[in-house]
Design a protein around this ligand. Sequence first.
Ligand code: IMP
Length: 197
Amino acid sequence: MYKINKILIGTHNKGKYKEISDLLPRNVVKISPLSLGIESPEETGKTFSENSLLKAKFFYEKSNIVTLSDDSGLEVECLNNEPGIYSSRWADEFGGFDNAMTEILKRVKKINKGTKASFTSSLTIYLDNKKIITEIGKINGKISKKKGLNGFGYDPIFIPNGHTKTFAEMEYKDKLLIDHRYIAYKKLEKKIKNYIQ
Ligand code: IMP
């Protein structure tokens, strides 16, 4: 069995890149698509897993390096689980994450059917063209008014169940070790352990 000594982390999102990088073993060299001049593919999938798979395949084929990609997003129950796979696109459409969060808060208030929400991450690793593994992680919680300055994306408006702080109020390490990406990574880790030096 071959051993992985480097992994391309298939994302241009700095927040995600850092989290995935910090979850992977220290001795594995981490490579960004940016450093190789590789752009992102179009996300045409209908689910988180379709998108994480298409991203991993795209970056693997461009780089020929073992690739780990994430597709993730925030689902708000009373908004028919929007923005979901369109979480990043909502930020583009509304002119940034701050505006997208304001929009979510406005809609949740108007609909007035509770604040239940969740974050999901689908992680796909492309070890080679035949060995591809996808795992999903989900964390339930609720929408809160904007609080906190840490983290990225929608972190200021999400409080995970069993906690009182938003992701953006938590210390970086505290969020890293409970979030959707961590849950997905822990499942994946069991399956790739033998490939890592
Ligand atoms: P995509 O997976 O590249 O389509 O982007 C997912 C979007 O969801 C990003 O724009 C993120 O900002 C948002 N998102 C995913 N995970 C997190 C998280 O852990 N905290 C805050 N926002 C997140």
